[in-house]
Design a protein around this ligand. Structure first.
Ligand code: ZN
Length: 172
């Protein structure tokens, strides 16, 4: 439990100046907290490594956090999960998206759970408060791509997969 609280404080600090893309520009930290909440309270997951990795899942990709820093603070195992759900920043967006589809089935069970929660939360956010400036076509394309990613990892957690499918039904 104390490590989980440390992860919340760490991620809140790293994301402190960032906002989500929704119209009201919600604080970024709401997003990793939403993932952990989905995993713990909708997926009934109590594996602390998964919950901590969910809290940290965007720190490598979206802040100046280094892998070494996560290893030092939270250990190699959690750093590995976070790395598995981090896109290569050197690649163009389309290639990153293609690789997510290709890799979804090959990552660890823990990373699959984080990825599933991430896509559930993103679909819910887009359906309830789309990013400013996103056309309906772009929103739909995101839903379709998210489905392709999740189709690649099915069988990891049937309850969360059903929750994902329910979120998909709200495709704009
Ligand atoms: Zn995310």
């Amino acid at each position: 439990m104390n490590r989980l609280v440390s992860a919340l404080a760490f991620a809140a600090h790293k994301h402190r100046d960032q906002r989500r893309k929704d119209a009201v520009a919600s604080p970024y930290i709401n997003h990793p907290i939403a993932l952990a909440n989905v995993l713990a309270n909708e997926g009934d997951i109590d594996d602390e490594r998964v919950l901590i990795a969910a809290i940290l899942h965007d720190t490598l990709e979206d802040t100046e956090t280094s892998e070494q820093e996560i290893i030092r603070e939270f250990g190699q195992e959690i750093a590995s999960i976070v790395l598995e759900v981090t896109d290569d920043p050197l690649l163009p967006t389309a290639e990153r998206k293609r690789l997510q589809v290709e890799h979804a089935g090959k990552i660890s069970r823990q990373a699959k759970l984080v990825k599933l929660a991430d896509k559930i939360c993103n679909l819910r956010d887009i359906a309830s408060s789309p990013p400013a400036g996103w056309s309906v076509a772009r929103q739909r394309a995101y839903f379709d791509w998210a489905k392709s990613v999740i189709d690649g990892l099915r069988g990891v957690h049937p309850v969360l997969e059903e929750i994902f499918d329910e979120a998909l039904r709200h495709r704009p």
